[in-house]
Design a protein around this ligand. Sequence first.
Ligand SMILES: NC(=O)c1ccc[n+]([C@@H]2O[C@H](COP(=O)([O-])OP(=O)(O)OC[C@H]3O[C@@H](n4cnc5c(N)ncnc54)[C@H](OP(=O)(O)O)[C@@H]3O)[C@@H](O)[C@H]2O)c1
Length: 273
Amino acid sequence: MQSKMIQGVEVPEIGLGTYKLIGKTGEEVIKQALRMGYRHIDTAQNYLNEKEVGNAIQASRIPREELFVTTKIDRFDLEPDKFLKAAEQSLLDLKMNYVDLLLIHWPNPEVEIRRTLEAMLSLRDQGKAVHIGVSNFPMSLMQEIIEELNAPIFCNQVEYHALLGQFDLLDYAAEHDVMVTAYSPLGQGKLITNPLLLELGQKYGKSSAQIALRWLVEQEQVVAIPKASSAERLQQNMDIYDFELEDADFYAIDDLDKNMRFINPGFAPDWNS
Ligand SMILES: NC(=O)c1ccc[n+]([C@@H]2O[C@H](COP(=O)([O-])OP(=O)(O)OC[C@H]3O[C@@H](n4cnc5c(N)ncnc54)[C@H](OP(=O)(O)O)[C@@H]3O)[C@@H](O)[C@H]2O)c1
C-alpha cells in the first residue's frame, strides 16, 4: 500500500470506508480487510459501528501506531461540551486512547465553528486526536477556518470521484498541504458501469473500480476510502499499484462530466460557496 505524505505524516492512500459495515457481519469484513493489509480505517459516530471497528482492530493485534484511524463527530454535537463528550465516547467504543484524525462530519451554521475548533484543539493537546479536520466543508468554510481562524486543519473529507469535480478544493488543499479524502470514490458503486472506466479497465486488464481508484490516488493530496464487503472487492480496491494511467487516459477521466453528486442531504452546505 502506498502512502501520501501530508504535513510530514504518511497516510495510506487507500482506506476502508465502513459506512454500513455493522454488527457481526460488518466486524468480520473489517477484520478481513485488516488481514489483507488495510491500515487506514474510516468510521464515524453516526455509522453506529465504532464498537465493531474497535473489536476488529483489537482482534487484529496490529500495533496501534501502524494504523490510521479516522472518526467523525455529528453536526448535532458541535457545541464544545457535547463535542468533547462525543469524542470521549468514540474513543471508548473504538477501545483506543487516540484517533489519528478527528473530523467534524458536517458543518452546522448554528454553532460558531471557532468554538468547536477550540474543543478539537484541546483534544489534540491531550493527545486524544493526533490530527483534526473537517468533512463536507466547501471552499468558503475552508478559507474561513484556515485563513481567518488559523486552524491547523489536516484534512477535508468530501465526495470526490470521476463524476464529481473538486478542482478548486484540490488546488487549495495543495497550497495549504491539506489532505483531501475522497469519500464515495466509486460513487456508491454507480461508477463501475461507466463506459470510459470499463473501456480503460479492458486496456489495462483492471476493473472499472480499479481505474476509478487509480485516477484518484494519482492526484496530489488525495486519498480514497472505498467501502466493500467481499474479500474479492476488498482485494481489488488495494490492487491498483501494478499499473499507471497514461496521461491521455488520466485526462480523459478528468474530462468526464463532473456534476454527479450522490450525497446531498437537506442540511448540506451550499457546495458552490
Ligand atoms: N464524510 C461523509 O459525509 C461521508 C459520506 C459518505 C461516505 N463516507 C465514507 O466513504 C466511504 C465510502 O463511500 P460509500 O460507502 O458511500 O461508497 P463507495 O465506496 O463509493 O461505494 C461502495 C459500493 O461500491 C461497491 N464496491 C466496492 N468495491 C467494488 C469493486 N471493486 N467493484 C464493484 N463494486 C464495488 C460496494 O459493494 P459491496 O459493499 O456490496 O461490496 C458498495 O456497494 C463510506 O463507507 C464512509 O466511510 C463519508
